[in-house]
Design a protein around this ligand. Structure first.
Ligand SMILES: C[S@@+](CC[C@H](N)C(=O)[O-])C[C@H]1O[C@@H](n2cnc3c(N)ncnc32)[C@H](O)[C@@H]1O
Length: 831
């Protein structure tokens, strides 16, 4: 496929030596920051200089800590640190459930791989882009350019534009390569019910949804679904924005502390239920999941190449402070997992206290009901290292030989589970007494606390874990030019034992809201019955947020555009868009205002089933929606006053079941976002005279398309392209006059135009399939207008042109007409 290369005359073989050199120089770039940055050691705060200086990538505490942990051998240390100090190459993933995924892969393989090589190389063998060998179907790619280079280097402009556009549409997702790994080990299938416990900003949620949606036919929804949870409400909004590109009816976004995620147990025999007895038998009575992703908050030192500021901030305390929370989240995840299910525990940290120590403690607590899986045969091309069997604990400049030192040196916040043995104080002391009695060396007597100048000798920590921690995986940057990650795959064999635990007061984590600690001292009790269903009782901080939590809070993702399906959307005074400008209301200022409004109403607006028969019937009649489309019970809104509903969302069967459960149990689940926007009230000037007051939204169109029998027409390729280009065409101006006539006879209001395969408009009754391209339009008095965003129009046009160019290059005689149409479009472009 030709992509856009030919059209823009960027075939690249004529690049000058200077340009190539410029590229090579750029590739050796290091991160830079303004010299006047006050946090920079060499900064001169009075200087207005525009000079950029390399980030400081030195942190002696980091070196000392990791040298002692032995995550790499002494020989490798320099290579490891060398790569860690280099910027991270960009990586991205093709959305495998996108209609255009094969086209995009082919464009990368056949166009960009070659053209980029030609543009940038001068005998340089390094491939500018290449598929990640361990990712299935060549759907994930590594680029040797950092994000900064992609933005700054002119020779890469076409590729950068391609990435930007496809990312915005949702056909690709930029994501750090190693962050793509945990969902792959989760072994998710389309029928699975998956919990993503700490999900924001949502790149892994997106991957999970892709897997769930894989190979679903048009108009069908998968049986499975994903609940994506995050404690941080602003990051939840980023997640909603990310996953909106997926157009899914199988996602629920919630806002809970993962360690206290509600079990939503309902009493099936509850007599005041509004459900029929027969229905009760088939509905779920508690949330238990087939798969759980536990990608916990962590110190993040695996992302040093992407976020070099961590060099300055890093301290041993970051990992130590999160250890207990990580265990709690892991335990909660396992208690919500079905017997036989898989949970992946992962962090983007290299620190064993956040990794092996957490996994070891989870295994100890679960006492044989959970096993650590050996997944060495899965993804064999992914280079990874075995988990550590022993590690060292450090606190405030001191190495601690065992938990006994914690008391001796008054190290609060250090818990037994951080140590390789996982033993508590009493256990350690008992062991020492045994040693004394047996004539062994008394560790305490002989122990000299290490200080910052002393590297711990191996005999300080001589214990080796007897748990199979080597089955954990640590991905290190210098093995395959990536970031670092830690992954452990757990399998639940039987119900968890009853666990009685004291949870110590936790330090504030980097993710806490307004720097408040997550939890006061509390007691948690987990009791699991023989079916694997459990109850959890805990006393914890109620994380209700006040309006003040939102106001003036900038979001770190600059492109954030909150999704209207968030709480409070019905209270927003924004006018419904007029035909032709659907979903174009994405200005940042407006986004911020909406966010504040969402904050105000968060937790107040429940999700309600939309049951207004008059409206539903009017929609069904207007679009001729086939009876086989499950509509009743699948529509929800956030406004119980249905006369003022602006948007109606569609939910899959599995999501519907969860919502019904949540209603029965008094809305324990705090739902931030749910459903696929399917219908939107049309309140434009034209809309008031339309017989149906709801139009079909572009997100919902693919799901309902096979069931629409009225207000639908097939357009020839040329007329379809003209619609995308001009946005509004008078009936008399269509090339195919018959089509123009048919369009004029549609009812006033929303209609659907399908691209005919071939040059002529086909009969309007043909079946839709995965390759069907359709857009929502507005039939007005004298013309048709598209109701698709400008960026969607652009992407569709480019894709159609790319197809036509491929066909042209194949020179098939029957494609002559298509080629003419391409020329036609090019001529229009020039004008
Ligand atoms: C490593 S990030 C998750 C990245 C995410 N899985 C992804 O792939 O995009 C950790 C997330 O945990 C969230 N978090 C922190 N503490 C939490 C808690 N107690 N419960 C739930 N989420 C929490 C943070 O807001 C942050 O978004």
């Amino acid at each position: 496929m030709g992509g856009g290369g030919g059209r823009r005359g960027r075939n690249g073989n004529n690049k000058s030596r200077t340009q190539r050199k410029h590229f090579r120089d750029n590739r050796e770039n290091v991160w830079k920051r303004p010299k006047s940055d006050p946090s920079h050691p060499n900064s001169n705060s009075n200087s207005n200089s525009n000079h950029w200086e390399p980030f400081n990538t030195q942190n002696p505490a980091f070196d000392e800590y990791y040298k002692a942990q032995g995550i790499v051998s002494v020989d490798e240390w320099d290579a490891f640190m060398g790569v860690l100090r280099k910027p991270l190459p960009a990586a991205f993933r093709i959305n495998s459930s996108s209609q255009f995924c094969l086209d995009i892969r082919s464009q990368l393989e056949n166009d960009f791989m070659k053209s980029l090589q030609a543009e940038v190389s001068d005998g340089d063998e390094t491939e500018p882009i290449r598929p990640l060998p361990w990712y299935p179907n060549n759907f994930a790619w590594h680029s040797n350019f950092s994000r900064m280079q992609l933005r700054k280097n002119q020779t890469l402009e076409r590729f950068h534009e391609f990435l930007k556009l496809e990312n915005e549409i949702g056909n690709i997702t930029r994501q750090e390569a190693v962050s793509m790994v945990p969902p792959l080990f989760l072994d998710v299938r389309p029928e699975h019910f998956v919990l993503d416990m700490c999900a924001a900003p949502g790149s892994k949620t997106f991957q999970l949804l892709e897997i769930i949606h894989q190979s679903t036919k048009p108009g069908c929804l998968p049986d499975g679904s994903v609940i994506a949870n995050d404690l941080d409400v602003q990051r939840c909004n980023l997640l909603i924005h990310q996953t909106k590109r997926m157009c899914t009816a199988n996602l629920i976004v919630t806002n809970h502390e993962a360690q206290h995620f509600p079990g939503c147990r309902s009493n099936k025999n509850c007599s005041n239920s509004s459900f029929m007895e027969t229905e009760l038998e088939s509905i779920i009575s508690q949330l238990i999941f087939d798969r759980v992703l536990c990608d916990v908050p962590c110190s993040g030192d695996g992302t040093l190449r992407k976020a070099p500021d961590i060099w300055r901030k890093w301290s041993v305390g970051m990992g130590n402070g999160l250890h207990s929370l990580q265990i709690q989240i892991g335990m909660r995840g396992l208690s919500l997992l079905k017997v036989g299910g898989r949970m992946v525990y992962s962090t983007c940290s290299m620190n064993p206290v956040e990794n092996e120590a957490v996994v070891a403690e989870i295994l100890r607590k679960c006492g044989g009901s959970v096993e650590l899986l050996d997944v060495s045969s899965e993804l064999p091309q992914l280079v990874r290292r075995s988990g550590l069997k022993k590690w060292k604990v450090r606190d405030k400049g001191m190495w601690l030989a065992s938990y006994k030192d914690v008391h001796k040196f008054r190290r609060y916040g250090i818990v037994p589970s951080m140590f390789t043995s996982g033993r508590s104080c009493t256990e350690v002391i008992n062991v020492d007494h045994k040693h004394e009695n047996g004539g062994d060396v008394n560790v305490e007597d002989g122990f000299q606390p290490a200080n910052d100048l002393v590297t711990p000798s191996d005999d300080l920590v001589d214990e080796v874990s007897d748990l199979p921690l080597e089955r954990c995986m640590r991905i290190l940057p210098h093995d395959q030019n990536s970031g670092a990650f830690f992954i452990a795959v757990l399998h639940k064999l039987s119900p968890l034992p009853a666990i009685q635990e004291k949870i110590p007061k936790l330090k504030a984590s980097p993710y806490s809201i307004n720097n408040e600690p997550y939890e006061e001292l509390s007691t948690i009790q987990v009791i699991e019955d023989s079916n694997g269903l459990e109850t959890i009782s805990a006393v914890g901080r109620d994380e209700k947020l006040s309006e003040a939590d939102f106001v003036n809070n900038e979001l770190d993702g600059a492109s954030l555009e909150p999704d209207p399906c968030n709480t409070g959307e019905e209270h927003n005074s924004g006018d419904a868009p007029t035909p032709g400008d659907e979903e174009t209301d994405t200005g940042k200022a407006r986004g911020k205002r909406k966010l504040q409004i969402q904050g105000k109403w968060r937790g107040v607006d429940p999700v309600v089933f939309f049951k207004d028969e008059t409206i539903i019937n009017s929609i069904k009649t207007f679009y001729g929606i086939n009876e086989s489309f499950s509509i009743n019970g699948h529509l929800v809104t956030r406004n119980s006053d249905t006369t003022h509903v602006k948007r109606i969302y569609y939910v899959s069967k599995s999501v519907k079941d969860v919502l019904e459960l949540n209603l029965r149990i008094g809305q324990q689940l705090k739902i931030t976002s749910v459903g696929l926007k399917m219908f939107e009230r049309q309140s434009s000037r034209e809309g008031t005279s339309a017989p149906c007051s709801f139009r079909i939204s572009s997100e919902g169109l693919p799901v309902i398309l096979p069931y629409i029998t009225k207000q639908i027409l097939h357009a020839s390729t040329v007329d379809f392209k003209h619609l995308l280009q001009y946005k509004n065409i008078k009936f008399a101006d269509f090339v195919d006059t018959e089509f123009g006539e048919k369009a004029s006879k549609l009812m006033m209001g929303c209609c659907v135009i399908i691209l005919s395969k071939g040059s002529k408009a086909l009969p309007d009754s043909i079946q839709v399939d995965v390759s069907t391209i359709a857009i929502g339009c507005w039939k007005g008095r004298g013309s048709l207008s598209v109701m698709v965003t400008a960026v969607d129009c652009q992407e569709l046009l480019e894709r159609l042109l790319a197809h036509a160019e491929t066909e042209k290059s194949l020179s098939l005689p029957e494609n002559n007409i298509v080629v003419d149409e391409v020329q036609d479009v090019n001529v229009i472009n020039k004008n």
